[in-house]
Each structure stands twice: as structure tokens, then as C-alpha cells.
Design a binder for this molecule. Structure first.
Ligand code: ATP
Ligand code: MG
Length: 202
């Protein structure tokens, strides 16, 4: 009898405020490059490194948008563990919880280049690297960012560089500029229906 292959679960955390095609292209190519059985879009409940520096859209709105985006990608699912847990969203706790739910699975943490470089500031960074294999997705960075790959990166997921960020998309909505083709139409509709990002600081 052949052993059942280990399940590989992609763990793609983000604020998803809003989700955009950079996230979807990243997730799709991570599936392809790494043979992931599923990609979880883990919506941060309280992104502790962002709280205080800007307004975070209510989790229910971000879950709705991330769900609409994930529904466009076969093999992708939204994970609301961090939203349900409440308090600051520490990736290490999410990985521990996923490990309990999926014993024996390999957890592959998907991070854009900016997030990969910032990982040493995360809560219990060493445990994060013990609990998951880190896969880094290419992303254009500001001038002066380190050119080398950090040593904790195990896999690299090449994608065409997409200079798209949620911060710029929030600015666009506030300025009345279109989001079309930067964000899936389903997400554009949710933003319009719920009047998100209008007339407020970024
Ligand atoms: P914000 O501007 O609000 O920080 P963001 O566009 O960076 O938004 P996040 O929700 O912070 O989106 O990102 C979640 C994850 O997706 C992070 O690991 C981030 O590096 C990655 N990511 C976001 N945008 C891209 C992109 N254009 N290309 C590759 N990776 C991306
Ligand atoms: Mg970001």
C-alpha cells in the first residue's frame, strides 16, 4: 500500500483591505509552483502592525471581499480563524491551530517579499519558521530594500512583478478613481454596495 502523500496547505495571510489581483496571481502561482492541495486566505482579525497607523476596515467586510476573491480560484478558501480568535493576529498562533486541525500536513507560509523581509519582527518568529515552510512571492519593493533573499525563505514563487497594493486601491476609491481590472469585479461590487473607503483617511 502506498502512503498517502502529505497534504500541503498554503497559508496566505493578509489584511485583504481590499484583496486585489496581486493576491490572486500570488496564490495561483504558489499552487502551481508548490503543488498545494489548498490555499487558505487567512484574513487578519486585528493586524497588530497596522492598527494605530491607519483605519482598518471591519473584519466582516474584509472577510466578504476575501471570500469573493477566493471563490474565483479553485483550491482556494477563506480562513476566519484569526477573526474568530479576536485580539492581535499572530501568525504563530494560526499555524499552531492549523497544525492541530490538520495533523501531519505541511504548512507552507506564503509571503510577499515585503512581508518576508519583515518576518523577524513577528511574534515568536523562530517558531513560525519551525511550524511552516516559508515561500516568498516576488513583489516590487521601494528603493533601498535588501536585494538578497532572507535565509528563512525556503521556496521562491516567481510571478510577474505587480505593483499593486491595497493602500493605493483605498486611495483610488477615496479619490473617485476606478478599481476595475485591479480588483475582481465581485470585489468592486462589494466595495460599491457597502460604500467602503469613501471619504476617510487611508
Ligand atoms: P496594504 O497596502 O494595506 O499593506 P497589501 O497590498 O500589501 O496591502 P496585504 O493584505 O498587506 O496587501 O498583503 C497580504 C500578503 O500578500 C502579503 O504577504 C503581501 O506581501 C502579499 N502581496 C500583496 N500584494 C502583492 C503583490 N502585488 N505582489 C505580491 N505579493 C503581494
Ligand atoms: Mg501589505
Amino acid at each position: 500500500m502506498t502512503a498517502k502523500p502529505v497534504r500541503r496547505i498554503g497559508v496566505f495571510g493578509g489584511t485583504f483591505d481590499p484583496p486585489h489581483i496581486g493576491h490572486l496571481v500570488a496564490a495561483r502561482n504558489a499552487q502551481h509552483a508548490l503543488g498545494l492541495d489548498v490555499v487558505l486566505f487567512v484574513v487578519a482579525g486585528e493586524p497588530w502592525q497596522k492598527v494605530g497607523s491607519r483605519v482598518i476596515t471591519p473584519a466582516a467586510d474584509r472577510v466578504a471581499m476575501a471570500s469573493a476573491a477566493a471563490a474565483l480560484l479553485p483550491g482556494a478558501e477563506v480562513c476566519t480563524l484569526e477573526v474568530e480568535r479576536g485580539g492581535p493576529s499572530y501568525t504563530v498562533e494560526t499555524l499552531e491551530a492549523l497544525g492541530r486541525v490538520h495533523p501531519g500536513a505541511e504548512l507552507v507560509l506564503l509571503v510577499g517579499r515585503d512581508a518576508a523581509l519583515g518576518m523577524p519582527t513577528w511574534e515568536r518568529f523562530e517558531d513560525v519558521c519551525r511550524l511552516a515552510t516559508v515561500a516568498m512571492i516576488d513583489r516590487p519593493l521601494a528603493d533601498g530594500a535588501p536585494a538578497e533573499d532572507p535565509p528563512w525563505v525556503v521556496h521562491r514563487v516567481p510571478i510577474p512583478r505587480l505593483d499593486i497594493a491595497s493602500t493605493e486601491l483605498r486611495r483610488r476609491v477615496a479619490a473617485g478613481e476606478p478599481l476595475d481590472f485591479l480588483v475582481p469585479p465581485e470585489v468592486v461590487s462589494i466595495i460599491a454596495d457597502r460604500s467602503l473607503y469613501r471619504g476617510r483617511p487611508l
